[in-house]
Design a protein around this ligand. Structure first.
Ligand SMILES: Cc1cc2nc3c(=O)[nH]c(=O)nc-3n(C[C@H](O)[C@H](O)[C@H](O)COP(=O)(O)OP(=O)(O)OC[C@H]3O[C@@H](n4cnc5c(N)ncnc54)[C@H](O)[C@@H]3O)c2cc1C
Length: 162
């Protein structure tokens, strides 16, 4: 299952963050899931991510990006230097589908997929649904898929072909 996400990267005139405090995450009651510096030394560049159950009531392909950014600024102004800090530029994207969501029984789905497709030696499965959505997890699952293809095709050629 995939849910939508909206992301804005905003450049401000002055630094928003301090070098030792460059990001904050918010719980699922917030429209904003996180705000973080878009680079270790880019303290004036913020990536706002809108995802989760609260954000889904607010974001759509019709959402006004400037309003959304204003809402995010209001949320972080208590913690960071955003009040009166001029927005100089920004980029915004709404993605639907966006982020992979996992049910408590996700492992059962994976077992079922493995059962059906695992024996096919020319199919290696990968993706955010497999090992997790982080880039690192996606790389790990891609590596596993490649290893499976190599193993099934080179080391164990006697396996049944699809
Ligand atoms: C807005 C956003 C911000 C994120 N930020 C972070 C982050 O900061 N850190 C982090 O770790 N993760 C982040 N993620 C999560 C991470 O980017 C994804 O979980 C990951 O990219 C998913 O990898 P994937 O290989 O499953 O799919 P994708 O990266 O979507 O790759 C699938 C590829 O398949 C191609 N494709 C699709 N259909 C076909 C077809 N029929 N034929 C050929 N090619 C096809 C697509 O063009 C695409 O290149 C973010 C995700 C989103 C949406």
């Amino acid at each position: 299952m995939y849910y939508p996400v909206a992301v804005a990267v905003v450049k401000y005139r002055n630094d928003i963050f301090q070098s030792d405090l460059r990001a904050m995450i918010f719980d699922n009651s917030s429209f904003l899931s996180n705000a973080g510096a878009y680079g270790i030394n880019d303290l004036d560049l913020v990536r706002y991510t809108f995802s989760g159950v609260a954000a889904r009531k607010l974001i759509s392909s019709e959402t006004n990006s400037e309003n959304l950014i204003s809402i995010a600024e209001k949320i972080i102004e208590e913690y960071f230097n955003v009040k009166g800090n001029k927005r100089e530029d920004y980029v915004y994207r709404y993605l639907d589908p966006g982020l992979c969501a996992y049910s408590s029984y996700h492992y059962k789905l994976l077992q079922k997929i493995e059962q059906v497709l695992g024996p096919f030696r020319n199919i290696g499965l990968t993706g955010d649904y497999w090992r997790g959505a982080s880039i690192e997890a996606c790389f790990r699952s891609a590596e596993e898929a490649v290893q499976k293809l190599i193993y099934m095709n080179d080391i164990a050629p006697e396996h049944e072909s699809c």
